[in-house]
Design a binder for this molecule. Structure first.
Ligand code: S3P
Length: 174
């Protein structure tokens, strides 16, 4: 680990398919710190997200998610931590993010349409996934703004360029 890695933490939030994982991975690589995707941690321990929603409901998923966010932030090495799109709906998770450098990734409904075709997101199952995505984003926007230190839009620029801008921003924070 570099000395930068010893102290560097950065959290990514934003709606489904905003690019949190692909941007986060690139930012972590450039900063040479670990990358943690809390959804992946939940899946590794508890199985696929659609099954968790089906069998135990969304509130249960939120508590598993909160526990993984807390565990990721407890790691003393720092790192880039990417959260699932709905993590900010949980008051306990929002509290964990207070006073941390939090990047809010936004994206337009037009740009998101292609990205959400792959499925696997229970909240977008059924007809009109883009309409549903838009509605959910609007419902949550206030929570994203509440936790965010800075906002970047991922609709039109390559993920690597966005990652580079985030790295610059984070380094300026010190
Ligand atoms: C969710 C977003 C998903 C995943 C779960 C619920 C949400 O993560 O956590 O399907 O409520 O917005 P991504 O934002 O990575 O798609």
């Amino acid at each position: 680990m570099t000395s930068e890695a010893d102290r560097l933490t950065l959290v990514l939030v934003g709606p489904m398919a905003a690019g949190k994982t692909s941007v986060g991975r690139r930012v972590a690589r450039r900063l040479r710190v670990p990358f943690i995707d809390t959804d992946k941690r939940v899946v590794a321990v508890h199985g696929p997200i659609p099954s968790i929603f089906d069998e135990h409901g969304e509130p249960h998923f939120r508590s598993l998610e909160r526990a993984e966010v807390a565990a990721a932030l407890d790691g003393s090495d720092g790192g880039v931590i990417s959260l699932g799109g709905g993590a900010v709906t949980d008051a306990g998770t929002r509290e964990l993010l207070r006073e941390l450098p939090v990047v809010f990734l936004t994206v337009t409904p037009e740009a998101v349409a292609d990205r959400i075709r792959s499925g696997g997101r229970p909240l977008l199952a059924g007809e009109d996934p883009v309409g549903r995505w838009t509605q959910i984003f609007e419902e949550r926007r206030g929570w994203y703004d509440e936790v965010a230190s800075v906002t970047f839009d991922t609709s039109r620029r390559p993920m690597q360029r966005i990652a580079d801008d985030i790295v610059t921003w984070r380094r300026e924070l010190g």
